[in-house]
Ligand binder design. Structure first.
Ligand code: SF4
Ligand code: SF4
Length: 248
């Protein structure tokens, strides 16, 4: 694990955890939400660990969302996560283990999501089981340091590593700001997993924004007070100018 931690530090990974693949069956929240074929042991039957890595999204850019600036950052962070996961998998394989880097976004773009609004693997649930955070009302993982402003990906491996557990701490304060900010009324008024985001409604908004090259939306992440930087936001004029650059 020391070698993996060192590699992650060198790649700018700020959050690292390990989940036990068997927790997908034993944890009530996760087993009730994730189908059997989307669990690590279905993907790699000899899996012993799921490594979860996280890279944060900067609030200053999120303040402009939806925008070309946020779209670019979102895509860059996804690419970084995929590259880091690949390097971790290669490192494990070179040490004689089996490993597979799960794609950050395991679905066929927005058109694929409109047909089936689920990815084949949930990195949110990996992060939850690794003890990296708790679910917010917006159904996103909140961490103490970054709130929902962090994206995760996962590496499944046959290497046995010390695993974390869900922390039991609920970071969501139930303020409802994410619900108020959602233009699609996609966010439920009760916490996850009682309240489930209306994914088709959220995807429809993404498709609308994609037509202007400014998806994803990001509003429900931007407004969340958990882990929000206390520094000043960009001025209204700066946000207006950034939002001006929209394909119509
Ligand atoms: S991403 Fe946008 S549309 Fe989707 S749930 Fe969040 S605020 Fe609503
Ligand atoms: S905005 Fe408020 S209700 Fe929504 S996830 Fe954040 S803390 Fe929870």
């Amino acid at each position: 694990m020391d070698r993996i931690s060192e590699l992650c530090r060198s790649m700018g990974i700020v959050d690292l955890g390990v989940a036990d693949p068997e927790a997908w069956d034993s944890d009530q929240l996760v087993s009730s939400r994730i189908s059997q074929e989307c669990r690590p042991l279905s993907i790699m039957p000899d899996a012993r660990s799921v490594i979860v890595i996280g890279i944060p999204i900067q609030q200053t850019v999120l303040d402009t969302a939806p925008s070309i600036a946020y779209r670019h950052l979102y895509s860059t962070v996804n690419t970084m996560l995929d590259q880091c996961a690949q390097r971790i998998a290669m490192e494990l394989i070179s040490e004689g283990f089996r490993a597979v880097a799960i794609p950050r976004d395991g679905y066929h773009g927005i058109s694929g999501l409109m047909e089936r609004p689920d990815a084949f693997f949930s990195h949110r649930h990996s992060a939850y089981l690794a003890g990296l955070g708790s679910f917010g009302q917006n159904n996103v993982i909140l961490t103490r340091r970054y709130g929902p402003r962090i994206r995760f990906t996962s590496v499944i491996t046959s290497a046995e590593l010390p695993a974390g557990n869900p922390s039991g701490e609920d970071l969501c304060i139930g303020c409802g700001l994410c619900m108020e900010a959602c233009p699609s009324k996609a966010i439920p008024d009760s916490p996850y997993p009682l309240g489930i985001t209306d994914k088709p409604a959220c995807v429809a908004e993404s498709a609308r924004l994609a037509a202007m090259s400014i998806s994803p939306c990001g509003r429900c992440i931007s407004v969340c007070p958990v882990g929000k930087e206390s520094g000043p936001s960009p001025t209204d004029e700066a946000i207006r100018r950034i939002r001006e650059y929209v394909k119509r």
